[in-house]
Design a protein around this ligand. Sequence first.
Ligand SMILES: C[S@@+](CC[C@H](N)C(=O)[O-])C[C@H]1O[C@@H](n2cnc3c(N)ncnc32)[C@H](O)[C@@H]1O
Length: 250
Amino acid sequence: MPSEALPIPGSSMFTVTVGFVNRATLDKDPHEVASMFDAVARRYDLTNTVLSLGQDRFWRRATRSALRIGPGDKVLDLAAGTAVSTVELAASGAWCVAADFSVGMLAAGADRPVPKVGADATRLPFDDGVFDAVTISFGLRNVVDHAEGLREMARVTRPGGRLVVCEFSTPTNGLFATVYKEYLMQALPRVARAVSSNPDAYVYLAESIRAWPNQADLAHQIADAGWSAVRWRNLTGGIVALHAATKPLR
Ligand SMILES: C[S@@+](CC[C@H](N)C(=O)[O-])C[C@H]1O[C@@H](n2cnc3c(N)ncnc32)[C@H](O)[C@@H]1O
């Protein structure tokens, strides 16, 4: 566990054991996923900003605003990585905790002033209903059993609490979708080779985005996991979608 991880009420902690692999296949194993993120952690924030052409900051602000959080709210930022997403959420005045199972990613964000917890999204170390809102940015696609992750997020959210999933999605314009697909498969791995410490991980990134469900299919999966009032909003022409939902009152 990284030294900056802090306990929070109703939580228990665990440590993940990681080994090194170059690249996770699309049939992901959770340990491979954690290792892959450990390997890219050091330059993760920079690589993200370069590959998204600076759009990542706009996507994070939109996520915070969609979550409708403020002072007095307790918020879980799941698969928070280096906690860059958590810091943006905390700017609302809410109390926000970063949870991730990559010790390397949490450690790379050690100087970010938010509490951090080592946690697997499919077995969250929190009691039922302790959070007012939960969110996951660019993380759900990487959770091997993401249906279980969505159910766990519902379990730890109070009735009436809110979910926002920020994730890569399907561009809505056909021509733009073709150009984007080319960028994903051709340019992105090349750019990653120049800036990332583990370019192969970005080949996985491109493949995993292509394999991910579109907006409507993900909305169905969120509803199936026990969330209500599921809706979505496209950002940057559908490159990213924000799915929002509410935990039913009963
Ligand atoms: C692309 S990063 C996103 C980090 C951050 N949310 C952001 O917006 O920059 C994906 C993160 O998901 C985490 N992750 C993947 N599967 C996970 C799981 N089962 N439990 C916890 N974290 C997981 C990885 O360790 C990684 O840090």
